[in-house]
Write a protein that binds this ligand. Structure first.
Ligand SMILES: [Zn+2]
Ligand SMILES: [Zn+2]
Length: 744
């Protein structure tokens, strides 16, 4: 049964009818520049097809509850096994989900305390903050209490009808808001500052002697409920992590939350916290760093279940997450931390012959810790699984049993398999990846000398130990250190608080619309539509598929989605416009013998020649410069990777001066051969008079920076100190720096 996975004629996205074999029960790493087709093959073809086939074997009832996948484009795929994607998406979870609950370690501690703690207080649910018998009644087990900030909720200079209440989830809902506007005890046209005490009380808290029924719509009356109880009931007491983003932001804007004073943020009631083993309560254990928890549990002698509790904790410590504690809320974990915790769960699983798929698992890991990741990938393989990894980090590529290199370049210049074989064969062969891996990056010689600094004094956010750090102005600085050392606390916490004008260029999706493209985001599309309008003497909106230009049948999407309850969704190309998104009238106009759709299917690279001499030509050159020449002008932003989005955002900044830019791991998704191009962009930003601060684990990037700030030496309470600040090369002389060690 040791056949290969066989793919025949895969055509998803830019894949060029490729056929290949992937060995089972081995570790295969997929390499190639971003946009070369790695993800189209691994995620969109293999993983999607495996899940689609798996789901189709379930009953209709179950199937209807699972995500529906469209069949990827290929001729055949054989010998797939059940596939699990271990990605870096934030761990799904509400405010009640912690490291302890998601790893199932907390239930084991509860069992321990219910059996061995004194005084004995009952069954294990008496120690659960998600159970009424264990939770703190003040915060209902959330550990935080939320209070309304009246100055932010009310604008006393205004009346109710015109902005007096600053909370849109309420004021945007006409019938909810009508309770107040139509109350006969409230004057909606009177400024709030002119309210009598009695009137204000009625608005905020009500009056138990008055029972009012207010007309809220054509059809109904409701009983008056005062503003504060209503907000608390409908918004504040709800779990914000399960609310939609705009409601969450609105609630956060009128409230402040602080640790619950009754339980000190421990979530448990007094009784649960009174039960102790070795003078420690269950919350004492939950708040310890895991690396400290292991020896503490070992002290609890002669208890049969201790070894089985220690085992999973040691696994977490071993992967380099020993600085986490069990009470850490999962929504606050980084993508990389979450991914490694998920991995531990699978390592504890006794299922075999699965296929595990990873997307850049080295992200967020200091070079010192990559070997721990490698060990986990290899043990997953040794348990009888097939492991597929998309990766750019040479230290991970090195351990592959088999490498599949995609390319040769990106977009339509990619989509082919350029190499298969071992690491040594890759080094000896002539591919972009092989050549890049052979190239040794040396320390930058002519580093810029900083003359001014942004001082940060006594930084103590999270684990930072009251350190003074001076961040250079007007040069390229890399902030380094192991995961959990305090890099983000320093930059995202302290630095941003002191210098809020800094611009964070992140990898998050741009906007919400699936219709946004590289040209709409950069404003180029506007200029192009102007050209068409002027040339043909017609209205500009005819050339927008979001507006008058839209095909009436598909409303400008180019496709018709048929989502049938018990079948896979099928997207068919709109037969009216043939997928072109535009109506016939719009397509009858041309500019230099090209229709608007011809323009949108050009790549950035192709459009540079075509639009030579026009005002927006410079913007196209900038996109080319940030390495996005392969993207077509009409490609939806929703199809781009986080790294690509980050570079598009950078491209729109390249004419600014005097700004501060912060980027977290900008090398994410970047092939080794493209790192120097990214450095060139940073250098250009710096030459324009800007400051660039990057948080990085990539050693090439560190060597090519002007300045390093190293935080450590280790993570959590063993970190938080300034280890080094100076030019990159000199860090080699700093004996306490793990970063210096990795750069040797
Ligand atoms: Zn509490
Ligand atoms: Zn259409």
């Amino acid at each position: 049964m040791n056949q290969d996975i066989i793919v025949v004629n895969a055509r998803q996205n830019n894949l060029k009818n490729i056929s290949l074999r992937i060995p089972k029960h081995q570790l295969t790493v997929f390499t190639g520049v971003s946009g070369s087709g790695k993800s189209s093959l691994v995620f969109e073809t293999l993983a999607t097809e495996a899940n689609r086939q798996l789901y189709s074997s379930f009953s209709a009832y179950i199937r209807n509850k699972l995500p529906h996948h469209e069949k990827p484009e290929f001729e055949s795929v054989q010998n797939l096994t059940t596939t699990i994607i271990v990605d870096q998406k934030p761990i799904q979870g509400n405010s009640r989900s912690t490291v302890g609950t998601m790893t199932d370690i907390h239930p084991m501690l509860r069992l321990l305390y219910s059996r061995y703690a004194s005084p004995s207080i009952g069954l294990s649910n008496a120690f659960s903050f998600n159970d009424p018998t264990g939770m703190c009644s003040t915060c209902q087990g959330l550990g935080t209490t939320t209070t309304i900030n009246y100055d932010r909720l009310l604008n006393k200079e205004k009346n109710l009808a015109d902005g007096g209440i600053q909370f849109t989830p309420l004021t945007n809902s006409s019938w909810q808001f009508n309770i107040y506007l139509n109350s006969s005890y409230i004057d909606k046209n009177k400024k709030l500052k002119d309210y009598s005490e009695e009137e204000m009380n009625y608005l905020l808290y009500g009056n138990k002697d008055i029972e009012e029924h207010v007309v809220v719509s054509d059809t109904g009356k409701v009983k008056y409920e005062a503003l504060i109880p209503r907000l608390e009931r409908l918004f504040i007491k709800k779990d914000l992590n399960s609310s939609n983003k705009s409601v969450k932001e609105a609630v956060e804007s009128i409230t402040s939350s602080s640790p619950c004073t009754h339980c000190d943020g421990t979530r448990l009631n007094d009784l649960a916290r009174s039960a102790k083993i070795n003078d420690l309560s269950i919350t004492d254990l939950s708040s310890m760093e895991l690396s400290e928890l292991v020896p503490t549990l070992r002290e609890m002698k002669n208890i049969d279940i201790i070894p089985s509790i220690i085992e999973p904790i040691e696994r977490i410590v071993h992967i380099g997450l020993g600085y986490l504690s069990l009470d850490r809320a999962t929504p606050s974990l980084s993508g990389g931390e979450g991914q490694r915790l998920k991995m531990i769960r699978y390592l504890g699983s006794s299922l075999t012959d699965m296929t595990y798929v990873f997307d850049e698992p080295s992200i967020g890991l200091h070079p010192r810790d990559v070997h721990r990741l490698n060990e986990m990938l290899l043990s997953l393989r040794d348990m009888g699984n097939t492991v597929l990894v998309v990766e750019h980090d040479p230290d991970v590529i090195k351990i592959a049993d088999h490498i599949i290199d995609m390319g040769p370049f990106a977009g339509r210049h990619g989509g082919e398999v350029t190499f298969t074989g071992t690491y040594q064969e890759l080094l000896d062969g002539d591919t972009l990846t092989g050549r890049a891996l052979n190239q040794e990056i040396t320390f930058k010689e002519q580093t810029r000398i900083p003359t001014e600094f942004f001082p940060i004094k006594n930084a103590s956010t999270h684990n930072l130990k009251g350190i003074d750090v001076a961040i250079p102005k007007g040069i390229l600085t890399a902030v380094t250190g192991v995961a959990g050392s305090g890099k983000s606390s320093l930059i995202a916490g302290e630095f941003l608080a002191h210098y809020p004008e800094a611009i964070v260029v992140n990898q998050k999706p741009i906007g919400r619309s699936s219709r946004a493209t590289i040209t709409t985001y950069t404003g180029i599309f506007d200029d192009i539509r102007d050209l068409f309008a002027k040339e043909n003497k017609v209205n500009k909106s005819l050339f927008s598929f979001n507006s008058k230009g839209a095909c009436p049948k598909c409303k400008g999407t180019g496709e018709i989605k048929m989502d049938m309850a018990f079948m896979d969704p099928v997207t068919v190309i709109c037969e009216s416009c043939g997928g072109q998104r535009y109506n016939e009238e719009s397509l009858s106009f041309e500019f230099r013998q090209k229709k608007i759709t011809d323009i949108l299917s050009m790549t950035v690279e192709e459009s540079i020649d075509f639009f030579e001499g026009f005002s927006f030509h410079k913007k196209l050159l900038t996109l080319m410069e940030v390495g996005l020449g392969y993207i077509s002008l009409g490609q939806p932003l929703s199809t781009l990777s986080g790294g690509e989005l980050q570079r598009i955002k950078l491209a729109t900044q390249l004419d600014k001066t005097g700004a501060i830019y912060i980027l977290d791991e900008p090398t994410t998704g970047l092939h080794k051969s493209d790192i120097e191009k990214l450095v060139a962009i940073f250098n250009r930003l710096v030459d324009l008079g800007n400051t660039v601060i990057i948080i990085e684990h990539n050693t090439d990037m560190m060597k090519l920076s002007d300045w390093l700030i190293d935080i450590g030496p280790e993570a959590g309470r063993h970190g938080g100190e300034l280890i080094y600040s100076g030019i990159p090369k000199q860090i080699l002389n700093e004996p306490n720096s793990l970063t210096g060690l990795a750069l040797k």
